[in-house]
Unconditional design. Structure first.
Length: 138
């Protein structure tokens, strides 16, 4: 065996001992050289049961507890609905006017055209068209 072979075996044994030491101490083995790409999976040391954090038991709710919670929620929503419903009934403003108009200005009342007014407008339009036809014919 040559000197280079002896050095290679010693380096190999040193690397193995370092890995064994890292596993026993709970740390990861020191990386000799960082390679490009995704790192390889490192063997994780087995943690004894005494050191593992105990899992919490899932808490169960009794039917009586569920019923109490449901009643409390219903009572809360009923109270909230009663406080918000009272002011809404007093104000009878259309939704579009409330959204479009700023808070300072009151909502304008929608104006309707009476049947008499509609009849007058229709007659005026007819007279206007007759006048235009007469002007075009002459």
């Amino acid at each position: 065996m040559g000197v280079s072979e002896i050095l290679a075996t010693i380096d190999q044994e040193i690397a193995q001992l370092q890995q064994a030491r890292a596993l026993l101490s709970g740390g990861a083995a020191p990386a000799a050289k960082k390679k490009p790409g995704r790192p390889r999976k490192i063997a994780v040391a087995v943690i004894p049961a005494a050191q593992k954090p105990a899992k919490r038991k899932k808490r169960k709710l009794s039917p009586e507890g569920r019923k109490r919670i449901a009643e409390a929620v219903k009572k809360r929503w009923a109270a909230q609905k009663a406080t918000t419903a009272a002011p809404k009934k007093a104000v009878a403003a259309p939704k579009k006017a409330a959204v479009a108009a700023p808070a300072a200005k009151p909502a304008k009342k929608k104006r309707n055209l009476s049947p008499e007014g509609r009849k007058r407008i229709a007659e005026a339009v007819k007279r206007r068209w007759e006048a235009q036809k007469a002007a075009a014919a002459s």
